[in-house]
Write a protein that binds this ligand. Structure first.
Ligand code: GLC
Ligand code: GLC
Length: 635
């Protein structure tokens, strides 16, 4: 490695690169070979040869700063687990117009302690309706409305210069019907026909439909779309313009790996693997979480660990807890699969507890989620761009004597604001009269009562609503994993009905919780006494407190406790180097008193209050007012 003193740059020479390549191949290639042979038995030698050439070229040609970044992260694989890794999620256009605009707003993110920026889909989508960018027409181009690949690269460089990392979406399960692969397949090009799943009549689709679910029963019923020109059905799990890729084809595997390499070379640090569970189809199943999905992801992970190990994988798998932990490599034996995964269960349970005042269902559900490998982490969140699907597992609701269907229905009514006494202002998304299932849209501020309090000009309720929002985020910032702040929550942005005026969005009410950043409103964070100043300061201090609490490193051990008061959520985090942390959160509507020794055992002695809201500790006893919480540490 040559060090250029004038520029402070390291220039890795070819012999270093070759040695690094050899060491990584030694470590990861057996996993690649195993995966390729299992998935593509008839094509294994040819595919393995092509992949070997791709990783070799990639290591030898990887931009020097990223090659150095690879080395650093190989030496420090827990880089994303640190207590100071705080995420922010936004659409580039809604946040700042363009990618270059985002680069100009990094100071704002720094004020919130952000170290990880997830930009929503930014590759070129199809024209017109495109499911918020999840219908990709070109993986090698940035959406021209946002900028260019060069802009993406300079944004990544700017983020890296400030010790921030960049996460972007990679849609693996489907492409837009307008993607060149789909266009060629449709035109009969034999090299592309196997990229998608076509059927001449309803025989096979009907057999699959007997067990498949519907993701969008309202605006895209069924899982197949008729193509009149071809006189064939094509598999479309989501919208009819999103064609599912056929991952049983080695060509799809290789092409998507090449896409990953190209994005990694722009400096992307985390790939959010969209809709990963759907990647493999098997008749007689719901075609989610099939064993081959895990082989696919493990194999892709191993390839990236050779070619671009600085790049982490984040699974978007909104599935039952039993099916979820394998995406983080949990199981026998442990695998290196995705590094991060969405903790959908925590999110659902937080809202459920806010509505009921009960924390026992949440504690039972969280306790039932098995352990995850210490090298992986959850991403924890309160809201995201999608609806909330009320994943209340019967095993959990039964544990508190509730009926899961009735509770789901209650949550649906509560958060749409129709339930008597509800404080929420949300909307129902994709109600399916056949199953009685529905999901919920709405921003965190609107769902926690801020919108209603503002409309009513009710200052007392506004304070309570802010306390609710703080309680949810205080859990998310303390729970095991990486916390994500969803754009606008730091200012209490409410539902935005603007989408109704756009025909490409009007029938999808998820847009109500994807508001545009209003920078004039954001300015009010500096005006004392405003809602924005209050919430923003709260988020900034949550970040500071979290970042300086080493025990919150995601590699530590999480234990969800069983306090005697069912309204209190309590958990501990223990890290071998950074000591113990405990959180107590009162979801109930009355003040409660908790004996710390009974709850925390020996570690209660010497526990110090790291952060508190409406809660105090005296003589070994914690007193928590409604929505009060405590962060305790013990060195
Ligand atoms: C994902 C996205 C969602 C999108 C779907 C189809 O789960 O989060 O917004 O509609 O995939 O790509
Ligand atoms: C379902 C899917 C998820 C998708 C979401 C869209 O939860 O599992 O992938 O993003 O629906 O609303």
């Amino acid at each position: 490695m040559v060090w250029h003193a004038e520029t402070s740059e390291l220039e890795p020479g070819p012999s270093l690169r070759a040695a690094v390549l050899a060491a990584r191949v030694e470590r990861h290639w057996p996993t690649v070979l195993h995966g390729v042979r299992q998935l593509y038995p008839g094509h294994a030698p040819a595919l393995a040869g092509a992949l070997a050439e791709l990783v070799r070229t990639s290591v030898l040609q990887r931009p020097a700063p990223l090659f150095v970044r690879d080395l650093a992260r190989d030496a420090d694989p827990g880089w994303f687990q640190r207590a100071d890794n705080i995420g922010y999620v936004c659409y580039a256009d809604l946040f700042a117009g363009t990618l270059a605009g985002v680069a100009e707003r990094l100071d704002y993110l720094a004020e919130l302690g952000v170290r990880y920026l997830h930009l929503m889909p930014l590759l070129r989508p199809r024209d017109g309706e495109n499911d918020g960018g999840y219908a990709v027409a070109a993986y090698d181009e940035v959406n021209p409305a946002l900028g260019t690949m060069a802009d993406l690269q300079s944004l990544a460089t700017a983020l890296h210069g400030r010790e921030m990392s960049l996460c972007i979406d990679l849609v693996l399960n489907h492409t837009a019907a307008e993607h060149p692969w789909a266009v060629k397949a449709r035109a009969g090009d034999p090299a592309y026909r196997d990229h998608y799943l076509f059927f001449p009549d309803r025989t096979v689709p009907d057999r699959y439909e007997t067990t498949l679910l519907e993701v969008f029963p309202t605006f895209a019923p069924g899982n197949f779309t008729w193509l009149p020109d071809l006189r064939q059905w094509v598999w479309t799990t989501f919208h009819e313009f999103q064609w599912d890729l056929n991952w049983a084809s080695p060509h799809v595997f290789q092409a998507m790996f090449e896409v990953m390499l190209q994005l990694a070379d722009q400096g992307v640090d985390v790939l959010r693997l969209d809709a990963a569970p759907f990647m493999w189809k098997r008749e007689g199943t719901i075609c989610q979480n099939e064993p081959e999905v895990h082989v696919l992801l493990t194999t892709l992970r191993a390839l990236m660990s050779i070619a671009a190990p600085a790049t982490a994988f984040k699974a978007e798998a909104i599935v039952a807890p039993e099916q979820l932990t394998p995406y983080l490599g949990a199981g026998e034996p442990e695998r290196h699969e995705c590094d991060l995964a969405y903790n959908n269960q925590l999110m659902v349970m937080l809202w459920s507890s806010l509505a009921t005042g009960d924390a026992k269902l949440m504690a039972n559900a969280l306790r039932r989620i098995g352990p995850i490998p210490s090298g992986a982490a959850w991403v924890n969140y309160v809201r995201c761009h999608d609806d909330i699907g009320w994943a209340i597992m019967p095993a959990d609701s039964q544990s508190v004597g509730w009926d899961s269907f009735a509770h789901r229905d209650f949550l649906l009514q509560f958060f749409s604001g129709t339930f008597p006494q509800s404080f929420a202002e949300g909307a129902i998304f994709q109600y399916n009269p056949e199953t009685g299932d529905g999901r919920t849209s709405g921003t965190a501020a609107s769902l926690s009562g801020i919108e209603r309090a503002l409309t009513d000009g009710d200052e007392v309720h506004l304070q309570i609503a802010c306390a609710r929002l703080e309680l949810l985020y205080a859990v998310v910032y303390a729970y095991g994993g990486v916390p994500l702040l969803y754009m606008g929550d730091e200012l209490g942005l409410c539902n935005d009905a603007g989408y109704l005026a756009d025909p490409a969005k009007a029938d999808d009410n998820r847009w109500m919780h994807r508001p545009r950043m209003d920078w004039a409103v954001a300015e009010r964070r500096n005006v004392q006494g405003t809602l924005e100043a209050r919430l923003f300061a709260m988020f900034a201090s949550l970040a500071t407190d979290r970042a300086s609490t080493g025990a919150l490193d995601a590699s530590g051990q999480l234990v969800v406790l069983q306090p005697s008061d069912p309204h209190v959520l309590a958990f501990t985090r223990t890290h071998p180097a950074h000591g113990t942390f405990a959180m107590l959160a009162n979801f109930g509507h009355a003040t409660t008193v908790v004996g710390l020794e009974a709850l925390l055992g020996a570690s209660a002695a010497g526990a110090q209050v790291r952060r508190a809201r409406a809660a105090t500790v005296a003589d070994g006893t914690a007193t928590l007012a409604p929505h009060g919480y405590l962060w305790l540490t013990q060195p």
